[in-house]
Design a protein around this ligand. Sequence first.
Ligand code: FES
Length: 395
Amino acid sequence: MMEDLKKYQKAEKLKKQREEAQQIPWYYDGLERLCDRIHPGKQLVKITDIKDLSYDTKLFRFVSVNPNKPLAPFRAGQYIGLTVEINGVRTSRPYSLVSSPNQLAYYELGIRKKQDGFVTPYFLENAKVGDIFEVTEPLGDLYYSPLFHGKNLVFIAGGCGITPFISMLRDISEKALFLNVSLIFGCVKEKDIIFRDELENIADRRSNISVKYILSEPDPDWKGECGFITGDKILNEIGLIKDKYFYVVGNRPMYQFMKEEMHKLGVPQHKVYYEAFGVPDDITQVMGWPEEIDKSKKIKISVKYRKFGKPETIEFDALCIEPLLNSIERTKELALSIDNGCRSGQCALCRTKIISGKVFVPPEVTIRETDRDYGFIHPCVSYPLTDIELDLTLT
Ligand code: FES
C-alpha cells in the first residue's frame, strides 16, 4: 500500500514538472508580437504620394492600410516585393526601399519605367494615390554589416541601382556613422541621374561621403567623367583597394561587366556584394544557353497543386525563353501565385519541386546545394527546355 502511494506521488510530481515545463513563459506573448512585427510575411499598403524623380522614374510613398499595424522595420539596402494585378495576371516585382529605415511612418520606392516591361509601364501609368497593394516584408542581404564590411565602403550603382544606396546614405548620414563612403553612380545621360540634389547635399555636408557620376552617353556639354564604370575609373576615385568593401547594384549586363573589372582590380570575391535586378532581357544570349533550342519552342508544363485542399493537376504551354514563374502567373485558370521575393534566384522564396524535365538557369545564379540535391528549382530564374512536371504540393 505504502509502495503504491509513493509511486503515485512520484508520478504526480513528474506530471506537475512536465506541465510546468510546457507552460508558456510570461514574456512569450510579447516575443510573438515582436516577431510578427518584424516578420509579418505580407503587408497591405496604400499610396499616399507620387512624385516625378525624372522623365521615366517616379517616387511612390506607401503607408500601412491598418493604422494599428505599423510597417515592418528594415535595414537600409533591403527591398520589398510589390504585388500587382494586370489584366487578370497577378504578379510581383522587387523594389528597393529608398526611404530611411529610421522612420516607419512610410516606405518609399523609386520605380523606373522599363521599356517593353510588363509591370513598370502599367504601374507608372495607372497607380494613383489611394490604391492599395500587397507587399512582402523587407527582404534581401544587401545592408551594411560592421563586422564583415569594415569602415571603408564603395557603392557602385548603375541606373536605378542607386535606390538601395539612397536609403543606406540616408541612414549613414542621419546616424552620423563614421564610415568612409565613395559612391560611383553610372547613368546613360545626365537626365538619368535621380536623387541628384539629395546626393550632392549629403556629400556637401559629410566629408566622409563622396559622389562621382559617370555617363556612358553624355550630351556634349557634360563636363564630368564619361564611359562605363571600369576598374581604372574606380581606382582613380578610391585610391587604394585595400580595406575597402564593395557593393555593386545594377542590371544583369552590368553585373557581368563589373565582375570582370573587380577581378582585374584584384578585389577578393568576399569583399564584393553583387545585387542584380531581375532576369536577363534575352536569355538566349546568356552563356550556356543551348543554341539548338528553337526560341519559339512551346513546352508542355504540368503543375500539381491543391485546390480547396484537394490535389489537382493542370497543363499548359509555356515559352522556353520565359521564366517558369512568369508562365505560371500568366496561366489565369491556375489562379495561383507562388510566393516570391527577389525574382533573381537569390531569396529562395519561390522554391518548387520539379518531378521531371530539364530547365536552364543562368550560370551566375547559385542554387542552394540542398535544393539541388532534393530536386527543387527556383522558377523565377528557370527556363523550361523540355516538358516539365512540377509539384506545388511539396515544399
Ligand atoms: S523569388 Fe527569390 S529565388 Fe525566386
